[in-house]
Design a protein around this ligand. Structure first.
Ligand code: HSE
Length: 314
């Protein structure tokens, strides 16, 4: 096998939870995303630099990409070191899976340079450690789709069992990122530890319905299943005007609407691109008129590829 000495990796933003699937369901988007460039060097160990002057991310040892890279170098102990640059294109605390994208890109970069690279699925456990560092919780609903692409179900955490769902992928996902920041750790701290059985019954009915709808390409089923009875009601108040924006999106024709990951990004889903643009305009307008908050919009189908190699050389 050819020895790879230099690699450039892209890992995409992800939409975690997707309504009723808290911590167990996530999808990959086309854009935005982070880039990691890595190359072998003679001295062992990691040298790391961050290219994003506008982003107050922690330096070297605390950066999630550096953390993931260090864990992999410790475990595989290759006879060389790696110098790595993270091109941070995504805002942190956005609900777009920013730390997940950095972690996934770093894991795939280090892996590509290893003498015997692992399968992408085997990198999820390393990328999850980046999430642990960023939010205090090693959830995989961002890093799994960021690495593997598609819609990923975390069937079990112990042992880790991740399924890439065979989705029809004919729907359009609109993710709106309002320019405020919510730290995942804080958004997790307010969640209930216990939920009533009656609520749990509704939630797992909807999650199963959503997954069935995505696989069968049944937009009506996706729409009526995209209801989160547990997490959205607790986090909605963190996003100014959340219920007004939701009402505007649904009135404009969205099949469903909820919070992307731990917010503040929100998402909607539509059967056509034309309708997606209309819904996106209403979301943007409502955030601006109601709360004077600007937002960026991303529209795509599910990105089925996930993290990928942009360049490599020996
Ligand atoms: N499932 C996680 C949460 C995703 O909702 O806290 C964080 O992006």
């Amino acid at each position: 096998m050819m020895t790879i000495n230099h690699v450039k990796i892209f890992a995409p933003a992800t939409l975690a939870n997707v309504g009723p699937g808290f911590d167990v369901l996530g999808i990959a988007l086309d854009q935005p995303g982070d880039i990691v460039i890595a190359e072998r060097k003679n001295e062992k160990g990691l040298s790391f630099s961050l290219h994003d002057a506008s982003n107050p991310l922690p330096g070297n040892h605390k950066n999630v990409a550096a953390h993931v890279a260090n864990l992999m170098l410790e475990e595989f102990n290759p006879p060389y070191g790696i110098s790595m640059i993270l091109q941070k294109n995504m805002p942190i605390g956005s609900g777009l899976g920013s730390s997940g994208a950095s972690s996934a890109a770093a894991a795939l970069a280090i892996n590509t340079l290893l003498p015997k690279p692992l399968a992408k699925m085997d990198l999820v456990r390393f990328a999850m450690e980046g999430e642990m560092l960023a939010s205090g919780s090693p959830h995989a609903d961002n890093v799994a789709p960021a690495l593997l692409g598609g819609a990923c179900l975390i069937r079990s955490y112990h042992p880790l069992d991740i399924l890439k769902l065979p989705v029809k992928n004919d729907l359009f996902w609109i993710v709106a990122h309002p320019h405020i920041e919510i730290q995942t750790q804080a958004a997790r701290a307010i969640l209930p530890e216990m939920i009533p059985l009656t609520i749990a019954v509704k939630q797992w009915g909807n999650l199963a319905g959503l997954i069935t709808g995505l696989i069968q390409g049944d937009s009506g089923l996706v729409g009526r299943s995209l209801i989160d009875h547990i997490i959205e009601p607790v986090r909605a108040h963190l996003i100014p005007g959340f219920y007004e924006v939701k009402a505007a999106a649904l009135t404009a024709g969205a099949l469903g609407f909820s919070i992307s990951g731990s917010g503040p990004s929100v998402f909607a889903v539509t059967p056509t691109r034309e309708l997606a643009v209309r819904v996106a305009t209403q979301i943007q307008k409502t955030f601006l008129t109601l709360s004077h908050i600007k937002c960026d919009i991303y529209i795509s189908n599910i990105n089925l590829e996930g993290a990928n190699i942009l360049e490599q050389s020996s």
